[in-house]
Ligand binder design. Structure first.
Ligand SMILES: *[C@@H]1O[C@H](CO)[C@@H](O)[C@H](O)[C@H]1NC(C)=O
Ligand SMILES: *[C@@H]1O[C@H](CO)[C@@H](O)[C@H](O)[C@H]1NC(C)=O
Length: 456
């Protein structure tokens, strides 16, 4: 009798233990960043003509941040801040001149290896980690393959994507350089011949026939070299990698989001039995625009809208996978954009290729509100109430401490971290965000400070 009682209480104890373990077990993370997506492009943020049902559902089942601020209005610094929870100026990812982002794979800069990303910490906590999509934080230091800034240095065990960004030159017929080089030899030839004729006939100098011939051959050589250089840009800038291997050069954007989505789904399936952190960094909806055949012509907003539709489809595929594997409840999902939509973006054919920032002024690459106010959606059923809206100022840097603490680690104390853990706000334990000030830098220069005064 006594032993039966003992046994059953032991079982009860075990059960309670299991339950409490489950309740506090580490969540998985699926963090999604859409490139250049405007806050006004999503149904859940008020768009009535683009269809984003999957993203809207995320917001319905989770929290929608209405005052979510990117730490920079350009890809490279914004992403550095997102991964490290620190203003880009602290990690040195803040240029003093233009362009403020990496535009060459051959550049020797990148996110310094002594920076700590949430992926690095999650990995130390036993998470399987992956980056699928765009990196844009450097690749090599001294040689063409030392990969000193590769995502694997920063905690991503698996990488499938592009080290740089989706440049216009990566799409045949889109590059600005392409336009330039098309007429370059003829323009140069015309200018040289006209100048020579003018000088000759105005009597300034007499040009002998051989001089003209040698001038011409020099010209052919120079323009030929230049045009050749311009034509190979896609070969050294537009590479698709799997881990350390180049798998496509130049990459083709055809079905690329579909391929990335398959990679994401595969990763989740492979790791469903252990904690994982997946960063899905969409190449869309940045120029040059592309969309798979199934999505072309589906929106009222040209190829830009089609690309938004494709991203939403991809989000749906990832969510379905989580549900299918019964991981929904144990996975924190986040969706954002790296900065506001690029309002001025017009294609070489005059098509509008930039999104919509709603009521916010201007867009990408400015510190007007439209350049930095981004969508922010967090879903974690049972832990974040569904359908709530948080209007307090938050930052994409807040994901760093949030992910780090939920993964079971402590926020590093050997450095300044500018983000604040979001859980108190999301779970209703705090009404105010801890950001009394947010600093708005354009590259290395401070443009503005946002003050959120304490209520007295
Ligand atoms: C893209 O997908 C379509 C439809 O599935 C297929 O017909 C086409 O061959 C694919 N293209 C590439 C380059 O894989
Ligand atoms: C929806 O998004 C499109 C594409 O960016 C934009 O042109 C349109 O103005 C937006 N509509 C609303 C109601 O915000």
């Amino acid at each position: 009798m006594k032993s039966a009682w003992l046994l059953s209480s032991l079982l009860l104890l075990l059960e309670v233990n299991c339950e409490s373990l489950q309740g506090s077990s580490k969540p998985n993370f699926v963090l999604m960043m859409v490139d250049d997506l405007g806050i006004g492009d999503l149904g859940c943020y008020g768009n009535t003509t683009l269809r984003t049902p999957n993203i809207d559902q995320l917001a319905q089942e989770g929290a929608k941040l209405t005052h979510h601020i990117a730490a920079a209005s350009l890809c490279t610094p914004s992403r550095a801040a997102f991964l490290t929870g620190r203003y880009p100026i602290r990690s040195g990812i803040a240029g003093v001149g233009r362009p403020g982002v990496f535009i060459l794979n051959a550049a020797s800069g990148g996110l310094p290896s002594q920076e700590v990303t949430f992926a690095k910490i999650a990995k130390e906590q036993g998470y399987e980690t992956a980056l699928i999509g765009k990196w844009h934080l450097g690749l090599n230091c001294k040689s063409s393959d030392d990969h000193c800034h590769h995502p694997s240095i920063h905690g991503f065990n698996y990488f499938f994507g592009i080290p740089l960004t989706n440049m216009r030159d990566c799409q045949p017929g889109h590059g600005t350089v392409f336009q330039f080089h098309k007429y370059l030899p003829w323009r140069t030839l015309a200018i040289v011949l006209l100048t020579a004729a003018l000088l000759h006939y105005s009597g300034f100098i007499t040009i002998r026939r051989w001089t003209i011939l040698s001038l011409l051959s020099l010209l052919v050589m120079v323009t030929g070299l230049l045009a050749g250089f311009i034509m190979v840009i896609p070969y050294f800038n537009c590479v698709l990698m799997r881990d350390h291997r180049v798998v496509e050069q130049p990459f083709t954007s055809e079905n690329l989001t579909q391929r990335m989505t398959h990679e994401a789904v595969d990763f989740i399936e492979r790791n469903s039995a252990r904690p994982f952190l997946l960063f899905v960094s969409f190449l869309q909806v940045h120029t040059a625009m592309f969309a798979s055949a199934a999505f072309r012509g589906t929106s009222h907003h040209g190829i830009y809208g089609d690309a938004v539709h494709e991203v939403d489809w991809s989000v749906g595929q990832i969510m379905q996978t989580l549900d299918r594997l019964n991981l929904g409840k144990n996975t924190l999902v986040y969706l954002t954009s790296d900065q506001g939509a690029h309002r001025e973006e017009i294609s070489t054919r005059g098509e509008v290729h930039g999104g919509w920032n709603g009521i916010y002024k201007a867009g990408k690459s400015t510190n007007w509100e439209g350049g930095i106010r981004v969508p922010g959606i967090l879903r974690w059923p049972g832990n974040i109430p569904g359908g709530i809206q948080v209007d307090e100022p938050t930052s994409n840097m807040d994901l760093f401490p949030t992910v780090v603490q939920l993964s079971g680690a402590l926020v590093p104390e050997d450095r300044e971290v500018d983000g604040h853990d979001l859980m108190d706000l999301l779970q209703g334990r705090a009404e105010r965000s801890n950001h009394e000030f947010l600093f708005h830098y354009c590259n290395a220069y401070l443009n503005a400070v946002r003050w959120h005064p304490e209520n007295k």
